[in-house]
Design a protein around this ligand. Sequence first.
Ligand SMILES: [Zn+2]
Length: 339
Amino acid sequence: MSSLDYPFPDLPAPGTAREVAPGVRWLRMPLPFQLDHINLWLLQEDDGWTIVDTGIGDAGTRALWEQVFASLSGKFDLKRVVLTHYHPDHAGNAAWLCERFGVELWTTQGEYLTAHAVRAGAAGYTSDAVLEVFRRNGLDEARLGAMVTRKNRYAALVPDFPQSYRRLIDGDRTKLGGRDWRVLIGYGHAPEHMSLYCEALNVLIAGDMLLSTISTNVSVWSVDPEGDPLRLFLQSVARYREAAGGRAGAAFARQALPRRAPPGRGAGAAPRRPPRGIVIRIETTKCERRRPPAGALQAAARRPPDLLRHGRGDRAPALSVLRRPRFPHAREGRGHAVR
Ligand SMILES: [Zn+2]
């Protein structure tokens, strides 16, 4: 299989959830970003529901959650909140939901602690540290200046975060919705991103590790400026495939549930457009990487530094990676991108 197909072309209406596999429901929440929505999941328990990821923590998203609760038959009873990773579109309502229903947050240690660190601007997640990374990579002073004015947007989108959690680690098997789900930890997108694979359903809740029409954000962060997230990401995708029993790519995650776009079958779509920061193409179905065209990386390296921006126009760039002449992946041929 070389591309995704979408067995559910009709989107769930705002404030409703659609069943996409036995006991697995899909809902969408709006995002105030260029990527304008996120897919979230509900798993039906005997006596309630498990929520996987939560949307940003604003009034509009919470109002839609209320509609979802009302749309489901009977009194909505939440059993737990599962978080794939700390990013605000996933974590924004975790505390609100946990407090409202008196339930636990389940996630990994890396994501739990990172959420708190970023909210607090602690542990190196400071605007100064970010600016320094961008400065070292050649960002001009004008745009650096624009970044200085940025507030802690994460804390605005994640207004609170739970003070305790239940830790999940790679390989854990947990019962959700009456079925066994295996915890798969992936790297490169977030510190300790958790996906969930149910062999009985052959369903993977991929979080942001597999996206359908765009490339996953694989970034170098200020707290690990010489890190190699691309290598980690590619290794993780390969491990996901192995974890699914070593089956062929087409069988792997036959019903992958990525966060963007309608749930699709086959975990393989090539990005519609190449990622801007890293000259590489990733085909997750085959877990292969294609070499960039001859000379492409060298040509890219000669251009001025290029930021991956989430904003539009000349607005301040979000915290993300940039390409630079000595970009770590390029320098040592890591991640198959050989300079
Ligand atoms: Zn993410």
